[in-house]
Design a binder for this molecule. Sequence first.
Ligand code: DC
Length: 224
Amino acid sequence: MRINIAIDGPGAAGKSTIAKRLAKKLNYVHLDTGAMYRSAAYKAVKNNIALDDEEALCNMLSNTDITLTPEGKVYLDQQDVTSLIRTDEISLAASQVSKLANVRSMLVKRQQDMAKDKGFIMDGRDIGTVVLKDAEVKIYMTASAMARAQRRYDQNIAQSIPCESVEQIAKEIAQRDMQDMTRKNSPLKKADDAIEIDTSNMSVEQVTDTIYAYAKPFLEKEVH
Ligand code: DC
């Protein structure tokens, strides 16, 4: 049967990399919900909208098109912002706008509408706890702070995204973890029924295979 898979966890834990792989393996759609918060933050910064002005941000969002392609490209109002939304500035700005309840509910609705026919692998912070509460498989992915900073650094270098040192990235990740875990609305936390995977010492293949093994019994289930 077709299922939904929810992957949550802190920044740079490898969620998107794994979700992308798994989507390819299962011929499912990967939805990187972080890219939606990043796009909202990018547009707000460009338009000088304060990152805590909930009303202005919601007005902006009601006239905003965010399209994520199967190839992993992100289009904001038809402009390719794939790399532009990955800077440290936008990472922190995304974490800021994601605190606001009405901003969240607008984006959550879009995410739920997209995934209603199943066949989605969605990664974010609140997928197992809010967006897809009924997902058949829920994963909570973690990795040590150092492993995450090193991965993000390598990823930025590979994609020519401007960044400073590993230490600087570690600081930015710690600040974002703190904001995402302590906010009032939908804070990052493991869903009660999620499986926790610490990927610090695992390869991409090992993590993908582990999640696949959890999903397999559901995928093989006949629907009558
Ligand atoms: O996954 P990411 O690092 O691209 O996410 C950027 C920010 O967006 C993150 O710091 C918190 C927010 N976010 C969220 O609040 N809920 C989600 N489902 C996904 C991201």
